[in-house]
Design a protein around this ligand. Structure first.
Ligand code: SF4
Length: 192
């Protein structure tokens, strides 16, 4: 984690992109947060990064509509998998505590003020239509247990992550020139 932060985090610049996004302050999965981003990352010693590259079948055009559909389906699969991994690590930490009550760290949040593992999703929350996120009315999130921040909202440079660590050039695409493939970056942070 320390190595990743040193090489790929530029909080001021990357947060600047969030400030220009309509989701800023209008989605509970997006900034501004009620926690300190640097402190959250500092709770974990290890981060596992996952790159998902989706290449369309021959003849399938990546229009904005198909991109939206593909990303929603893949995010459902990825987010469910990452939340399951969080739970597995948390359960393992609890079993360790029960087996070694004298030496083991107390599990999860009790140990250092954060769960034993934390997922970072590949983008913003897709659970409700953006215009219906309850944050717009300052009401509690409908699914707080199912939302997680993305790496970029914590200041991590996802474009450099894909090229520098995975050898994949991120393609953004334009209405007149759709991308050849889609790339999603998600992650799981945990403590050794
Ligand atoms: S689950 Fe719904 S209310 Fe909660 S952050 Fe996502 S869009 Fe907003």
């Amino acid at each position: 984690m320390a190595e990743y932060i040193a090489g790929y985090r530029d909080f001021a610049r990357v947060r600047g992109y969030c400030l220009e996004c309509g989701r800023y302050g209008n989605c509970w999965a997006c900034p501004p947060y009620d926690f300190d981003e640097t402190a959250l990352l500092g709770k974990y010693t290890t981060i596992s990064l996952l790159a998902t590259v989706i290449t369309p079948s021959e003849g399938v055009a990546l229009t904005p509509e198909t991109v939206d559909l593909i990303i929603r389906r893949e995010r459902q699969r990825l987010d469910r998998m990452l939340l399951g991994m969080e739970q597995d690590i948390e359960a393992q930490a609890e079993r360790t505590t029960l087996r070694n009550p004298q030496t083991a760290m107390p599990s999860g949040a009790n140990a250092v003020g954060a769960p034993a593992a934390r997922a970072f999703f590949a983008g913003t929350c897709l659970l409700c239509p953006p215009e219906h996120c309850t944050r717009r009315e300052n009401l509690p999130c409908r699914h707080p247990e199912s939302i997680r921040p993305s790496l970029e909202t914590l200041g991590l440079d996802v474009t450099r992550t894909t090229s520098g660590l995975f050898g994949i050039e991120l393609q953004w695409g334009r209405p007149d020139a759709p991308p050849a493939y889609l790339t999603l970056i998600s992650a799981l942070a945990h403590r050794e």
